[in-house]
Design a protein around this ligand. Structure first.
Ligand code: FAD
Length: 106
């Protein structure tokens, strides 16, 4: 991998491209970090980006939907939607707070 994040255009099944999303940028960054660490330790690069991610869809009534996806599935992107629930909204808020804290602690 020569680049990560939104600057990339990664082809997937069906002639499409991997969506540009923070969840993928983060996963790609983790692969790069692991591989750099392995390289420094003179080990074989252990990690490859697997095209998997997840996202919330806020409904603004205290509920959110949630989806997990595998964009490297062979035929077409494999996306599983969960029904809108309050618990997904709470999970989204926790996710947001996690990233807000990450930004503050730098
Ligand atoms: C409104 C909106 C909502 C989104 N919602 C979601 C979401 O719910 N879930 C999700 O997963 N993704 C979401 N995304 C997508 C997500 O924000 C991006 O996919 C992600 O930020 C890409 O990360 P990146 O590091 O590749 O690029 P960026 O986050 O764009 O970071 C690139 C950085 O490089 C800097 N830069 C650019 N040029 C130069 C230069 N010449 N020199 C130095 N620095 C430079 C920029 O200032 C920027 O800080 C959303 C995007 C938008 C716009």
């Amino acid at each position: 991998m020569l680049a990560i994040g939104d600057v990339t255009a990664i082809p997937i099944a069906g002639g499409r491209f991997l969506p540009k999303a923070g969840v993928f940028a983060e996963a790609e960054a983790e692969v790069v970090a692991r591989n750099i660490a392995a390289d420094l330790a003179r080990q074989r690069p252990p990690a490859t980006f697997d095209g998997k991610g997840a996202c919330f869809g806020e409904l603004s009534d205290g509920r959110a939907a949630f989806a997990t996806d595998d964009f490297y599935a062979t035929e077409a992107p494999d996306v599983h939607f969960r029904q809108p629930r309050k618990r997904w909204h709470l999970a989204k808020v926790a996710f947001e707070q996690y990233w807000t804290r990450c930004g503050v602690s730098r």
